[in-house]
Design a protein around this ligand. Sequence first.
Ligand code: ADP
Length: 294
Amino acid sequence: MAEILVRSHNLVKIYKAFNLEVVALQGLDLSVPRGEMLALVGPSGAGKSTLLNILGGLDDPSAGKCEVAGVDLTRLTRQERLLYRRRIVGHVWQQTSRNLLSDLTLLDNVLVPMIVAGYPAGRQKKRAKALLGLVGLGDRLHHKPDRLSGGEQQRGALAVALANEPPLLLADEPTGELDSVTAGDVLRLLRQLNAELGLTTIVVTHDTVVAENMDRSVAIRDGRTSTEVLHAEEAEETVIIDGVGRLQIPKPLLEAIPFGGRASVRLGDGHIELWPAGGNGENGSAASGNGRAS
Ligand code: ADP
C-alpha cells in the first residue's frame, strides 16, 4: 500500500476576529497517498483554502492532527515552520503575479528559493535550468514575467514551487486566470510532473475539468470532507466516513427525505439504513448509508 504523505485527523481551525469566532474546519479527516493528484472541491467558504494554508505551513491548526511527510504541523517552532515551507511544500497561486517576482528573470525567480533554502551553490544553476526545461521554458530563462504569457507564467510558477524538490505541491485555482486551451497545457504539465517526479499534488478548484483530471476529488462542506470521486474508476460519488463514523449525507438526498434532524439507523443485509426517526420504512422514504450521520 502507498505511503500516506498527508494525514489529517479531526482537524479544527477557528479564526478569531474581534469577538467573533469562525469555525473554518470542524474535525476534518483526510489521507493523501504519496504520488496522488487530488482535487479539493466544494462551495465557497467551505474551508478549502484554510486547509491548503495549513498544509502549506502558512497557518496553524487550532486542534486535531495534521502530518505531512512525517512533519507534525501542530507543533512546529518558528524555525521548523520555515524549513517545512522551504523543503516540504511548493505553492502555486491563482494570481500569476503572486507566484513570480516581477523584477527578476525566470531563472533568478527559480534561484531565489534555492538560495534561501541553502541548496548546494554548485548545483543551483544547473537544477534551475533543468527545471525550466522540464516545464517547457528552456528558451525563456532570461525573460521577466511581464514578457511571458499567462500560461508561461504559471509554468514558471511551477518551476519556482519545485525548486527545492518538495514532495508536495499545493495549487490554489492554478488555472483560474487562464483560457481553456492554456489551462489544458498546465494540467498536462501537472500530470507530467506527477509521473516524472512522483509529485503529490493537491489542487483547490471550482473547475470541473481540472477536478476530473486529478486522480480523486474530495468535496469539503462546512469544514469537513463530505464526498469523494475516484476518477480512474467508474467515477461514482461516494460519501466519506471519518475516523469516528461521521458522514455528511449529500444535500439532494437530505432534501428529498424529511429527516427533521434525527434518523433511526438499522442494519440491513450488507448495508446500513437510515430512516426518518419514527418512520417504519414502508412508505418508500428510505435513505441508505454506510455509517452514522453527523
Ligand atoms: P473556501 O476556500 O472553501 O472558499 P475558506 O477556507 O476561505 O473557504 O473559508 C472558510 C471559512 O473561514 C469562511 O467562513 C471564511 O469566511 C472564514 N475565514 C477564512 N479565513 C479567515 C480569516 N483569516 N479570518 C477570519 N475568517 C476567515
